[in-house]
Write a protein that binds this ligand. Structure first.
Ligand SMILES: C[S@@+](CC[C@H](N)C(=O)[O-])C[C@H]1O[C@@H](n2cnc3c(N)ncnc32)[C@H](O)[C@@H]1O
Length: 422
């Protein structure tokens, strides 16, 4: 259901689309759906290859549109100050929202007023992320926005009267950036921005299943057509993160929701301990790793990589094997770990067993930084009644699931080793 005020803004947006030659197939409606917000839904059957939408380049907030519709003095100062593309889009959105006569005003009025991204989580909800790095990323993002807001608007307000208006608040900057992160498009390596109408399509969990085929050119703008027949009353989705699949963590940070089945890009960062100078054979171990350019103490793991020792990041396995060398193995270690033919293989049964035990210890340690287990979380999830809390629990569960499965796989391997006596 949509209230009268929202219906009026939507009607004004549709009129604005018409006046600016933005095409929406008559068989498609812009509707408000619970859990999705504005959505695109068909009102009758659409045949494969039928045109769905067309948005001309000049109405996009990309290079062409900006040069046409943003006042010259604003563009100039934004360029002079060397403001980033994302912050630039945010400034134009704020300007458009605050000026009734500006070109994109009708468009900014249909943009969401609130977001379920982690940026707007209250402290209690952020705490639900437990040890997930998403909590830290969110805090960093907030600090960065605060810094940029102070920096940018103190300068803009000195130069242009427009930016002296008290309505250019930090809250509005948060709103504008959230619109950019959840809806802007990249059109080429150096152009992109907000695209009215195209940004009303919601995300399809499985990008291969999207029934929309996308074509965009600088001259002609953006075209969507039906890649397959679309049934009556069907919601039409587009794939998000086409070039690079987004993890659930990134989805929650930028879009404010996570897919039921998670994402192919889901991962956890395994943190491994560094070396202490007092450690036995410190010098040789460090030397071997440095000569192999292994310097990181963080390794991303996903559900695929934890399936076997061969699928794990090669650097991680070498780090673990070298870290667990015994003094009597040092004489052989260099020739083994510096030889391209052998360096990614097990050096001895003893070293391999010790390495697996070590991996189990660090996984357990990392799991212990989360106050609850995966199993406990799945129970907690059933009792949860707020959207944000639910999403936070899902994120920490994804990370725990990878770590716990990795641990179980290693325990099975260790058992095999113990039964296979040398
Ligand atoms: C590009 S906009 C799509 C239009 C948006 N629904 C609106 O109200 O304007 C992206 C936002 O839509 C919502 N969204 C998109 N796909 C979704 C999905 N599969 N499930 C739930 N929400 C989704 C999220 O709030 C996301 O940040």
């Amino acid at each position: 259901t949509i209230n009268q005020k929202d219906q009026n803004t939507l009607d004004k947006f549709k009129e604005w689309m018409k006046n600016n030659n933005i095409f929406l197939n008559e068989k498609l409606d812009i509707k408000y759906l619970d859990n999705f917000g504005l959505s695109i839904v068909s009102n009758s059957k659409i045949q494969k290859n039928e045109k769905l939408i067309h948005v001309p380049s000049q109405v996009m907030m990309s290079q062409q549109g900006i040069s046409k519709h943003i006042p010259k003095e604003i563009k100039e100062i934004v360029n002079q100050l060397g403001i980033s593309k994302t912050n630039e889009q945010a400034i134009y959105l704020m300007y458009s929202k605050l000026n009734n006569l500006s070109f994109w005003n009708a468009y900014t009025n249909i943009l969401p007023q609130s977001f379920s991204t982690t940026l707007f989580f209250i402290e209690k909800e952020l705490d639900e992320l437990q040890a997930s790095p998403l909590k830290q990323y969110t805090i960093q993002r907030k600090n960065s926005i605060d810094y940029h807001y102070d920096n940018i608007f103190s300068k803009l307000s000195k130069v242009l009267d427009e930016f002296k208006k008290p309505e250019y608040t930090k809250d509005l900057f948060y709103w504008a950036l959230s619109c950019v992160w959840s809806r802007s498009f990249s059109l080429s390596s150096n152009d992109g921005g907000m695209i009215p109408l195209a940004d009303i399509f919601n995300a399809e969990a499985n990008p291969e299943k999207s029934k929309v085929s996308v074509k965009s050119t600088e001259v002609d703008g953006l075209h969507y057509s039906a890649a397959e027949d679309i049934e009556k009353d069907e919601q039409v989705y587009t794939p998000y993160g086409v070039y690079k699949p987004l993890s659930s963590s990134q989805m929650l940070m930028d879009y404010g929701f996570v897919f039921e089945k998670g994402s192919k890009a889901d991962h956890v960062i395994l943190k491994v301990p560094g070396f202490r100078e007092s450690e036995d054979n410190y010098d040789i171990k460090r030397q071997i790793l440095e000569r192999n350019q292994i310097t990181s103490d963080e390794y991303p793991l996903d559900m695929v990589s934890i399936q076997s020792l061969d699928t794990l990041p090669k650097d991680l396995m070498m780090y673990v094997r070298v870290k667990n060398l015994a003094t009597e193995e040092m004489s052989r270690a260099k020739s083994h770990f510096l030889n391209p033919k052998t360096k990614h293989t097990s050096m001895s049964n003893r070293n391999e067993k010790s390495s697996l035990r070590f991996l189990c210890t660090i996984i357990k340690k990392q799991l212990s930084t989360y106050p609850t287990t995966y199993h406990e979380d799945s129970e907690l999830l059933k009792q949860t009644n707020t959207f944000n809390q639910e999403n936070a629990i899902k994120i920490r569960m994804i990370e725990k699931k990878i770590l716990e499965t990795f641990y179980d796989n290693l325990m099975k391997l260790r058992e095999k080793y113990n039964n296979n006596k040398e």
